[in-house]
Design a protein around this ligand. Structure first.
Ligand code: ARG
Length: 460
């Protein structure tokens, strides 16, 4: 027998594997609670508008609530033949409460129904993501506070550039995450609008009240255009782009954690709980979680490009291609959720090798700018000062020593403006402390950045 709810005009059934190819139930069952929530609002509206009787409305509602109970207990059996979550639930409802269940779909199409489900789903997930990003920011703040005066080499081109505060480096990620968080929060106003009542594409002949369902579902307004309401997936794209940027940030920090925990750097040690051993090399402690987050960035980008590509050639309004919007969205949610949780734990538990970081700043030329600034503060044009210090560096390279090892006499032969205080200026800690321009790495700047940052994160 043909079980299909739309089976009326069909004389033949599809082969099982064709049904399976077309079905979305294996993944859209994730939307079960949102689908029921949407239906509850829809049925309330139908009865308030007199489209169904109050009694019919009550029967349908109680059936939906029973279904919700079953869903929460994981007791619903889904059938591939019934294609998707919407038809599965409607069929179960009718099995439970009889033909009156068939009235639920009055003045509604699966097209506005599925769009509603996804708006509800993504609103929850966006709010959850904001709170997870916030947690990671708190972890960064916590480590930053402990490391304001931890001096490390700062890099450009992965070459030692100028010494910086480790807290300043960590706080750079805090501010990136702050913008990520803002992107999610801002996108909420576009996610939080109701497509319900758009029907299949053109609206409906029934006297529905779209504002009412919108209000019942906590939306801030309704889509103005019914075609737009059922065809638009840009709210998902926006979530996926914000997530791609977030993952890019996480991936860069992963890369740094991986480098820093290598024996070559040895700046940090990752906690055992975020690393794994090797099946052959007993000494290994591999930064697997950081590597995986870096790796999973690829799938989040892929999901974004995938959906952009699905949508680019679609004529209005709904096309079945759009069913392809879901798996990537679920996967992105799962990936960013896991990555943020893991990163928060990883940051909280790193061991910072302050001595190694500080020692490194003594064994390089990252204090060369200090010397050029020193001369230029005494009136030598910066370009000239740069040239003089460049030659001093070359002398050191040839002699196999660092700038602080050259005797004062050597400096004074080159330029009499050099005085005894150059050795203090060359000290990396002094170099960091003195960079007190706004947003710089000077300790006082870092402290004030931390207190500003604290006001932006809510403590749970
Ligand atoms: N499973 C479908 C999807 O996810 C629901 C909408 C189906 N609409 C239709 N007209 N076939 O896109």
């Amino acid at each position: 027998m043909n079980k299909k709810l739309w089976g009326g005009r069909f004389t033949k059934t599809a082969e099982e594997w064709v049904d399976e190819f077309g079905a979305s139930i294996s993944f859209d069952q994730e939307l079960v609670l949102e689908d029921i929530e949407g239906s509850l609002a829809h049925v309330s509206m139908l009865s308030q508008c007199g489209i169904i009787t109050a009694l019919e409305g009550e029967k349908i509602k109680s059936g939906l609530l029973q279904l919700k109970e079953k869903a929460l207990n994981d007791e619903i059996d889904y059938s591939v033949e019934l294609e998707d979550i919407h038809l599965n639930l409607e069929s179960q409802l009718t099995d439970m409460i009889g033909p009156v269940g068939g009235k639920l779909h009055t003045a509604r199409s699966r097209n506005d129904q599925v769009a509603t489900d996804m708006h509800l789903y993504l609103r929850n997930k966006t709010e959850e993501t904001v709170s997870l990003v916030n947690d990671m920011q708190l972890a960064l703040l916590e480590q930053a506070e402990k490391n304001v005066e931890t001096v490390m080499p700062g890099y450009t081109h992965l070459q030692r550039a100028q010494p910086i505060s480790f807290a300043h480096h960590l706080m750079a990620y805090f501010w990136m995450l702050q913008r990520d968080k803002e992107r999610y929060v801002e996108s909420l106003k576009r996610i939080n609008i109701s497509p319900l009542g758009a029907g299949a594409l053109a609206g409906t002949t029934f006297p529905i009240n779209r504002e009412l369902t919108s209000e019942l579902l906590g939306f801030e307004g309704i889509y103005e255009n019914s075609l737009d309401a059922v065809s638009d997936r840009d709210f998902i794209l926006e979530f996926m782009s914000a997530s791609s940027i977030l993952m890019m940030h996480l991936s860069r920090l992963s890369e740094e954690f991986i480098l820093w925990s290598s024996q070559e750097f040895n700046f940090i040690e990752l906690d055992d709980s975020y690393t794994t051993g090797s099946s052959i090399m007993p000494q290994k402690k591999n930064p697997d979680m950081a590597e995986l987050i870096r790796g999973k960035t690829g799938r989040v980008y892929g999901n974004l490009i995938g959906l952009l590509t699905v949508l680019k050639g679609l004529p209005l309004a709904y096309n079945k291609d759009m069913q392809e919007d879901k798996e990537g969205m679920f996967d992105t949610v799962k990936t960013i959720t896991g990555s943020l949780k893991i990163f928060t734990g990883m940051i909280k538990t790193i061991k910072v090798n302050k001595t190694k970081m500080e020692q490194s700043t003594m064994q390089d030329f990252s204090n060369a700018t200090e010397l050029a600034d020193y001369l230029s503060a005494k009136g030598v044009p910066f370009r000239e000062a740069h040239e003089i210090v460049g030659q001093l560096v070359l002398t050191c390279v040839n002699k196999g020593c660092y700038l602080a090892d050259l005797p004062l006499g050597h400096y004074q032969n080159i330029n009499p403006l050099f005085e005894e205080d150059i050795y203090e200026v060359l000290n990396p800690v002094t170099a960091v402390a003195r960079r007190n321009s706004a947003g710089g790495t000077g300790f006082d700047q870092v402290r004030s950045a931390i207190s500003k940052a604290k006001k932006l994160v809510e403590h749970e």
